[in-house]
Ligand binder design. Sequence first.
Ligand code: UT7
Length: 340
Amino acid sequence: MTRPRAGVTALGVYAPPKVVSNHDLEKIMDTSDEWITTRTGIKRRHVAADDEYTSDLAFRAVEDLVRRHGEAALEGVDLVLVATNTPDALFPSTAALVQAKFGLKAAAFDLLAACPGWLYALSVAQAYVQSGQARRVLAIGAEALTKVMNWEDRATAVLFGDGAGAVVVEAVPDAYGLRSLIIGADGNGGGLLHLGSVGRCLPDGTRLSDKLHMNGREVFKFAVRVMNTATIEAVEKAGLNADDISLFVPHQANLRIIEAARERLGLASDRVIVTVDEYGNNSTASIPLALAHALDAGRIAPGDHLLLVSFGAGLTWASAVLTWGPWTAPTPSPIPVPSA
Ligand code: UT7
């Protein structure tokens, strides 16, 4: 029996309205708009309110999905997945909170795979749909990363932001959907990017704290390397060439990393979506938010082959080729982006 192809049939996103610009950061730490812009491409980031947590952001993304596609989009959802590095609590899962909020008759669990977590969630969703264990899966990436920033560490504090994205994954006609999806990990690099929880150190002795810690230079090298190999693997596994890719939708961590990958693929500069200037790095939310921007700007058409790729703590990576379907039209009212 051939397995059905799984694809994304609905999308919703949310970014908190509070915006912190590089100039705002200049006032509270030893940094500059010039340094942040040239080293990362980031101009501003959206920051959750003091009483706004990951579940709140996830709720808003699902509400946006319903606003764009109607209540029917959630019918038949059998599984809710939330990929996040910043769950409200270790338990209950943020996914269970989403399940309850929307009254879904569905199983629910969180998934932690750092920034590629949302692509990992797509791979779980794909497996559930293809095996017939779920009709529809609600796969969310949501982050309140600014809550775990070390504001004394300028090398990381300027990089991250908050946000959420939600999609529905289900069986689609063979011309559309996920043509390849790769996930990978190398835990030997765990000490390069970490955030503590109940343990005090990693097996290699790395001390943990309740604030995010990163060796930016080493993660940068890893990112450039893995973006290159993972994208090529996803394109080849899909049976395509780089020329067939309509739009490159990479994880939004650093413009230099994005540009290195785009150039390596030989793609023209108008075939990549960049939102890192607006949001900074909001981890699991970055690819769905980038997709929403591209869609709202009319840059995605049915039948387009989209190349998605991400990397992050673990170390982890993931990549996919997703052929966009005719059912995900641009929203009549695009997500509001405040002016600078
Ligand atoms: O989702 C995955 C998450 N992680 C990433 O994607 C991060 C990957 N890494 C990066 O994006 C880059 O490594 C950074 C943006 C984090 C840093 O850029 P870099 O070009 O690798 O800079 P660096 O760490 O080599 O630091 C260069 C200089 C240092 O000063 P000295 O030692 O040369 O005097 C830093 O102290 O820049 C200094 N610096 C800053 N200066 C102004 C570091 N952070 C800042 C800052 N403002 N915010």
